[in-house]
Design a protein around this ligand. Structure first.
Ligand code: HEM
Ligand code: HEM
Length: 153
């Protein structure tokens, strides 16, 4: 036990705990998988109903899974605000990809929120298209952020 007073926000490293990294990667992968599965069934998975083609009945289930995985994803992203982004900012080589990721997830959150409430059909269609095309690119940005060298010579 130390007598030193503990400073507020005394964590110094942007490195993530393994569980935090795992929670981020797993929940984002799950969002991506359920999102793209929805897109596939939406465009190519119509079933033959009594009165012609009908939307695939699996899609509402996929959306409920998507909504479930959103919860750990937001929790893990919220955790980044405490230390990761602030401490990571000093490492210039990670900055652009970090900003890109932050912007990407902000956009997904806003367009996703819009999807809950957009009544107008045309608006809903555009929000949906924006949401899933940006979502489809998320892993590319994630991997870009991972592989950029921390210290260039
Ligand atoms: C402006 C925003 C951000 C900055 C400046 C930033 C900076 C950094 C830095 C410096 C590292 C290297 C840490 C190390 O290994 O020593 C890193 C790694 C990492 N970042 Fe970010 N980051 C930002 C946003 C994000 C976001 C939004 C996510 C996820 C959605 C994220 C996920 C990760 C992951 C998974 C690693 C690798 C794990 C690790 O090295 O511990 N970062 N980031
Ligand atoms: C931070 C990440 C994400 C958040 C916060 C988020 C949020 C949401 C929300 C709130 C909805 C509306 C659900 C409903 O209407 O019941 C939704 C739908 C959807 N999301 Fe995401 N999502 C994220 C990532 C992704 C990713 C990575 C993809 C991959 C392509 C994706 C694809 C979709 C699709 C296809 C829909 C259905 C669109 C529609 O109903 O027209 N999402 N998302």
């Amino acid at each position: 036990v130390t007598e030193e007073p503990v400073k507020r926000g005394a964590v110094k490293s942007p490195k993530l705990r393994l569980w935090h990294y795992g929670l981020l990667a797993a929940s984002l992968l799950a969002l991506w998988g359920t999102g793209l599965a929805w897109v596939w069934l939406h465009y190519f998975g119509e079933i033959e109903g009594e009165f012609g083609p009908e939307p695939n009945p699996l899609n509402p289930f996929l959306l409920s899974l998507h909504g479930f995985f959103l919860l750990p994803a937001l929790l893990a992203m919220g955790g980044l605000m405490a230390v990761h982004i602030g401490m990571g900012w000093r490492y210039r080589h990670k900055r652009n990809s970090g900003i890109a990721q932050t912007a990407l997830y902000l956009t997904l959150i806003l367009t996703g929120y819009g999807l809950y409430y957009a009544g107008d059909d045309l608006l809903r269609e555009n929000l949906s298209l924006a949401h899933w095309t940006i979502g489809a690119a998320a892993p590319v940005i994630f991997i870009w952020h991972l592989i950029v060298r921390l210290n260039r010579p």
